[in-house]
Design a protein around this ligand. Structure first.
Ligand SMILES: [Zn+2]
Length: 283
C-alpha cells in the first residue's frame, strides 16, 4: 500500500501551481448500497468471507479494509464533483474495476466508479458517461454493472489471455496479445478510442489509467516502457481535452518489480493530467 503514500509525495513535490490535494471522509454506506449488496458489505466488515472468496479478493477483510475502501469511493465521488466543476480531477487511488455487487476480486473491494456513477445518476439520469480503462486487465465488474445501461459506455484495452479469466463483454473491448509491445498497444489505443468517443459523445469521463501495462510489472503482461506511458497518457489527455470533457482520473493497478516505480508511474499520469488541465480551461 505504500505506492499511495509515495505517489502522493511525488505529486506534492512536482505539482504545478493551482493543484489542490484535499482529504475526504468515508463514503456513506447508503451510497455503497446503490451498487453493493448489504450482505457483501457485512461480510467485508466482519471478515466473514469463506476461503475461496478471500483468495479471490486477495486482501485481509475487516472493519479497517471496509473503511479504507469507503475512503477510496469517497475520493472518486469528490473527484467527480470537482471534475464537473473544474474540468479535471484525480483520486489518488481508485479504479477498483474488479469489484462486483456481491463479491470482490483482484484486490478490489468496493467499486468506486460504479458507486460514483449511480450517485450522479440519481440527480442527472440522462448524463452520458464513458469509462476509459487502460489498465492491463479487463474492467470485468464495470462491464457487468453497466451492461444494458445505454448511458454508460465501457471501453477497455487489455491483455486478452490474462486475469480475469472470465471476461464480461463491455461496450468496446480491445483485447491484445500477451506481452504486447508498447508500439502495438499504442497503435490499437489510437485506432479505437477516438472513434468510440466520437460516436458515443459523452459529457463525463472516468479514466482508469493503470500502471500495470509497464514492462517491469509482475501481473500486467504488457511491455510498455516509460516513454510509451507518456505517449499513452498524452494521447488520452489530448482526446479528452479536445472534447473539453470533464474527466476523473484514477490509478487502477500497478505491481512493478521495482516498488518505487509503481508510485512513479501513477504520479506521472497525475502530473501529466495536471499540466494538461492548466490549459484545459483556456483552450
Ligand atoms: Zn490491472
Amino acid at each position: 500500500m505504500d505506492k499511495f503514500w509515495r505517489a502522493e509525495e511525488m505529486i506534492r513535490a512536482a505539482a504545478p501551481p493551482g493543484v489542490e490535494i484535499l482529504p475526504v471522509e468515508p463514503c456513506p454506506e447508503d451510497f455503497l448500497r446503490s451498487v453493493h449488496s448489504a450482505g457483501y458489505l457485512e461480510k467485508i466488515r466482519t471478515g466473514a468471507l469463506d476461503t475461496l472468496e478471500s483468495l479471490k479478493l486477495g486482501l485481509p477483510c475487516g472493519e479497517e479494509l471496509l473503511n479504507r475502501s469507503r475512503l477510496e469511493v469517497a475520493g472518486t465521488i469528490a473527484a467527480m464533483h470537482a471534475a464537473l466543476a473544474d474540468g479535471l480531477a484525480c483520486n489518488l487511488a481508485g479504479g477498483t474495476h474488479h469489484a462486483f455487487p456481491g463479491r470482490g476480486e483482484g484486490y478490489c473491494v468496493l467499486n468506486d466508479v460504479a458507486v460514483a456513477i449511480r450517485h450522479l445518476q440519481s440527480t442527472q439520469p440522462e448524463r452520458r458517461i464513458v469509462i476509459i480503462d487502460t489498465d492491463a486487465h479487463q474492467g470485468n465488474a464495470n462491464h457487468a454493472i453497466f451492461a444494458g445501461d445505454r448511458r454508460v459506455f465501457t471501453y477497455s484495452i487489455h491483455v486478452g489471455k490474462n486475469y480475469p479469466s472470465e471476461k464480461v463483454p463491455g461496450s468496446l473491448d480491445v483485447p491484445l496479445p500477451r506481452y504486447v509491445a508498447g508500439a502495438d498497444y499504442l497503435e490499437q489505443l489510437e485506432a479505437t478510442l477516438a472513434p468510440a468517443l466520437e460516436e458515443f459523445d459523452p459529457s463525463l469521463a472516468f479514466w482508469i489509467t493503470g500502471a500495470d501495462p509497464h514492462v517491469n510489472d509482475r501481473f500486467g503482461q504488457m511491455r510498455l516502457d516509460d516513454a510509451d506511458f507518456a505517449r499513452r497518457d498524452n494521447h488520452v489527455l489530448d482526446l479528452l481535452k479536445k472534447r473539453r470533457l470533464p474527466t476523473v482520473l484514477l490509478y487502477g493497478g500497478g505491481y512493478n518489480r521495482e516498488r518505487e516505480h509503481t508510485a512513479r508511474l501513477h504520479a506521472d499520469s497525475v502530473l501529466r493530467a495536471a499540466s494538461a488541465a492548466q490549459s484545459w480551461r483556456t483552450v
